[in-house]
Design a protein around this ligand. Sequence first.
Ligand code: IPD
Ligand code: CA
Ligand code: CA
Ligand code: CA
Length: 267
Amino acid sequence: MNPMLNIAIRAARKAGNVIAKGYERPDSLETTTKRANDYVTNIDKEAEQAIIEVIKKSYPEHTIITEETGVIEGENKNVQWIIDPLDGTTNFIKSFPHFSVSIAIRENGRTEVGVVYDPIRNELFTAVRGEGAKLNETRLRVENKRELDGTVLATGFPFKAKHHMPTQLNIMQSLLENVADFRRSGSAALDLAYVAANRVDGYFEIGLKPWDCAAGDLIVREAGGIVSDFVGGHNYLKSGNMVAAAPRIAKAILTKLQPHLSDELKK
Ligand code: IPD
Ligand code: CA
Ligand code: CA
Ligand code: CA
């Protein structure tokens, strides 16, 4: 097995154990508010420390970028680990059992490894560039759907950038002319993993951060799906605006988005 994948899995499982234990003891949860509607708990931080510890043991020279700590510069700036220790904090706080650990490894600006781990269901989604994507030991392949009609799409609301909310709602209204339904699960990393696993037919979201989506991005692409920004380009890790689906579904979603995009979202 790819040695970095091995370490990423070890780190994700360790963080998953911290999260699963924390989930059993909601009364001892310490929650603070970063901004309106944006929370962090002691478990996010503990899970993040567990991941950092595992990485540093094997790769002390690598650079680590995390949601809660920020950038931990390593001697080697070409290899970056991009970490979301707990994707779905709001679900976690509500005891809604749907959240994940997301770990991506980027080398010279290209994502090489992606791991998304759901500690509640013990589901491990992995991908290595050029080697495909898996859910536990099973290979993932995005179904080649052609029509938007009848599909179920995942999305997230831009609750941290509320000025985009009217656009979000307009896009959803327009998509509802065709799609059967939406899912708003509360974990972007799992939304992407679920595209790869055909549990939803596509996904879009405004205003993601790299740690939300870098691992899931590779998992979708290695399962044969398309990932793009809102104008069909590859700027999504920078812009945070992302569409992911089977090729024709992604194209259909992009066509539906276009009339509603502000200039800020055309990237
Ligand atoms: C959030 C989740 C959510 C998405 C938000 C993210 P967090 O991550 O992925 O589904 O809609 O954009 O910020 O804060 O729970 O790690
Ligand atoms: Ca957060
Ligand atoms: Ca996140
Ligand atoms: Ca998080």
